[in-house]
Write a protein that binds this ligand. Structure first.
Ligand code: ZN
Length: 151
């Protein structure tokens, strides 16, 4: 399996960007920029731009996403990139794309729902926004999703 390349997602694919981050992909977004403007930014950072903009379809460093529905988009992109989503899932924040770090369980007791605290041994925190994740539950869901879309 290949490593996942660095990615960018234009403003038509914000939901796909969040899901790809949950799968561990490094994906930047900028809702303020148009497709062509954002392509310049993506190129400067050595990223492949995922887009639904047909005008960018033939540009280099662009992955034109054919599908409309989020599950189909995920299947399409994961298969085309050929990376092992199961190996790197839950290493990155879905909101801000920063890496997650382990955090001691006792430090999250007031920051997660009681049932979550009770049913998880391990927690991780975003180095950027501080959001807390509980990888055991999340990973089970992601694996089920990947199974259901056949990747
Ligand atoms: Zn974050």
């Amino acid at each position: 399996m290949k490593e996942c390349p660095k990615l960018a997602a234009d403003r038509m694919l914000m939901r796909l960007a969040r899901w790809m981050r949950l799968l561990g992909a490094d994906v930047v977004t900028d809702a303020s920029l148009s497709g062509a403007e954002f392509l310049k930014v993506a190129r400067a950072e050595g990223r492949i731009l995922m887009t639904r903009d047909k005008r960018l379809r033939t540009a280099s460093d662009v992955m034109f996403v054919e599908s409309n529905a989020i599950r189909d988009q995920l299947r399409e992109v994961v298969i085309r990139l050929g990376f092992d989503a199961r190996a790197i899932a839950f290493t990155r924040c879905s909101l801000c794309n920063r890496l997650l770090s382990p955090i001691a369980r006792e430090l999250v007791i007031r920051r997660v729902p009681a049932y979550v605290f009770a049913s998880n041994d391990r927690f991780a925190q975003c180095e950027g926004c501080g959001r807390v994740y509980w990888p055991q539950t999340h990973l089970a869901r992601i694996r089920a999703l990947l199974d259901s879309i056949g990747v």
